[in-house]
Every structure is written in C-alpha cells, then in structure tokens.
Write a protein that binds this ligand. Structure first.
Ligand SMILES: Nc1ncnc2c1ncn2[C@@H]1O[C@H](COP(=O)(O)OP(=O)(O)OP(=O)(O)O)[C@@H](O)[C@H]1O
Ligand SMILES: [Mg+2]
Length: 273
C-alpha cells in the first residue's frame, strides 16, 4: 500500500455527545452525554446491547451526522485540535457494495473519486485484496461471493484508502468463526505496523479483548458509558492470549457489565410492549 506521506494519527474525543432522533412526531434519545477518548494509534472497542447507539456514535464521529449536543474533536500530535479532519475510512455494518462493479472496481471506487490514475488504482486495489486474502477474485461481482467474502471486500475498500482513522462497525459479524480469527489477527498486525487510530464496534467480548487497548462498555439505550476497561495484555495477541490469566478477568468484567445492560434493555422492551 502506498505510504501516507503526512501521517497524522489523531486522538478523537467525544465530549458530552447526545443524539435525539426525530421520526414521525416522536423522539428517541439514542445517545446521552457520551464522553469517550479514542487514543492515537490505538484500537478502541465499543461494545453494548443492540440498539444502544453504537452505529449512531460512529456516524457522528465520521461527520455524517451532527450531534444534538456535545462535540467531536480530533487532536493532533501537538496536542492541539487539528485544523482539518483526518482522513477516515469506514467499514459499515452492511456491506454497501455496488453490485454492478467488479470486486476490484468496488475496492478502487474511493481512489477513483480521489482522482488516482487507473494504473495506480489497480495496483493499490490488488494489494488491498491480497491483504484480505481475495487474490483471484478481482473480476468477480459481489453477487458471486459469499457473505464473508463480501465483508472482506468491504474491509479492502477501507484499507485501500490508507486512512489515518479506521472506523469499523462489526466488520467481522458475517464471518464464520475460523475466517474471523484469521482476519482479526491480520487486522491486529496491520494496526501494530501502521499505528492507525481504530474504532471497532463489536458484539464479541473476545474480539474486543483480543484487538483493543481500551474497551468502552455502553449502557442499553440511551447509550452512556457504563465502564472503560484498559486491556493490558502483551502484543501481538492471538488466540493463545485467551489462555493468559488476565484474559478471564477482563472477560468476566465485561460480560458482567453487558449482561445487566442486556437484561435491562429486554425489560424495557417488555414494559414498552
Ligand atoms: N433514523 C432513525 N430514526 C429513528 N430512530 C433511529 C434511527 N436510526 C436509529 N434509530 C434508533 O436509535 C437507536 C440506536 O441505533 P443504532 O443503530 O445506533 O444502534 P446500534 O447500537 O448500532 O444497534 P445494533 O447493535 O443493533 O447495530 C436504536 O434504538 C434505533 O432504533
Ligand atoms: Mg449498529
């Protein structure tokens, strides 16, 4: 991948972020006074019950949605807010591939929009596809791929842009357990190598512990920070890290917090229904 010349891996700060959806005359408070810090060059995982506002938080961080209250700021290496937002790329929860474009042309789309010449576009798209182990599928169409392969195309499409910030909304959700493990290890290695600032939304406690430096556990809707857990396990991490004595402690802590929130959201649904 072409190295990014003026590399700036920013820290991202969400301060007092709230979001109210207004739909059909009713309002939904999705996020409530959220304070989070995504450290520069580190992986921060967000875990929380379904519907607690994780994807909303990512949209706000990306700048695609405006918070109802609060601020998102990007802090540069000098500790000051950056004049321009960093280069960000997102792997969305649904793949959003163009069905009429080949795999390679899907991956190259962002480069095309950025005016990168065709030869360089092709080389970078092929390299990104190699990283997600899809060499040989360049000329296929999304409809000819399995769900897991489409998800890897989505990952390649983000990686090809060589962003400063990588925002991942359950990037491995549709993968089988084995592919998931391999891709998790590859992502961990890539992050170590490039030092990008990564925000990872996941439903998997194991994935959060294996990949993240910090895990934010969110409450049931409206999403608030229930706890911030620092993961202090040696790197590189792999499936073997689950045998580390500290792993079980982190798992129990996060599971305990999540379980009470999931139960609370289920109660809310029963009462509301
Ligand atoms: N456009 C919208 N209008 C009204 N309510 C919305 C809208 N989008 C999301 N919501 C509501 O806001 C809440 C948060 O949604 P969001 O998609 O951010 O949750 P999530 O944590 O990503 O859920 P999941 O884990 O299922 O992906 C949900 O209760 C959802 O129903
Ligand atoms: Mg979501």
């Amino acid at each position: 991948m072409t190295p990014n010349e003026d590399v700036v891996h920013p820290e991202i700060r969400l301060e007092g972020v709230s979001l109210v959806y207004e739909a059909g005359g009713s309002t939904v408070l999705a996020l409530d006074n959220l304070h989070c810090r995504f450290a520069a060059g580190r992986v921060t995982a967000i875990i929380g019950p379904s519907g607690c506002g994780k994807s909303t938080m990512l949209q706000i961080t990306r700048g695609f949605m405006q918070a109802s209250r609060g601020t998102v700021s990007f802090i540069g290496p000098d500790g000051q807010p950056m004049a321009r937002p960093p280069r960000m790329a997102t792997v969305w929860q649904s793949f959003n591939l163009f069905p009429w474009r080949t795999v390679e042309d899907n991956v190259a789309f962002g480069l095309e929009m950025a005016g990168v010449p065709p030869t360089e576009r092709q080389a970078r798209a092929r390299e990104a596809l190699r990283l997600v182990d899809l060499t040989g599928f360049e000329r296929k169409y999304p409809g000819q791929l399995s769900g897991g392969m489409r998800q890897r195309v989505g990952m390649a499409r983000a990686l090809v842009m060589d962003p400063d910030v990588l925002l991942l909304d359950e990037p491995f959700g549709a993968l089988d357990a084995q592919t998931r493990l391999v891709l998790q290890e590859q992502l961990a290695a890539m992050v170590e190598r490039t030092g990008k600032t990564v925000l990872l939304i996941t439903h998997s406690i194991e994935e959060a512990i294996l990949l993240a430096d910090t895990v934010y556990v969110l409450t049931a809707r409206p999403g608030r920070v229930a706890a911030e857990v620092q993961i202090d396990l040696p790197k590189p991490r792999s499936i073997a890290s689950t045998h580390d004595a500290r792993y079980a402690g982190y798992f129990e802590q996060i599971y305990g917090l999540l379980k009470s929130e999931v139960l609370r959201s289920m109660h809310g649904e029963v009462e509301a229904g």
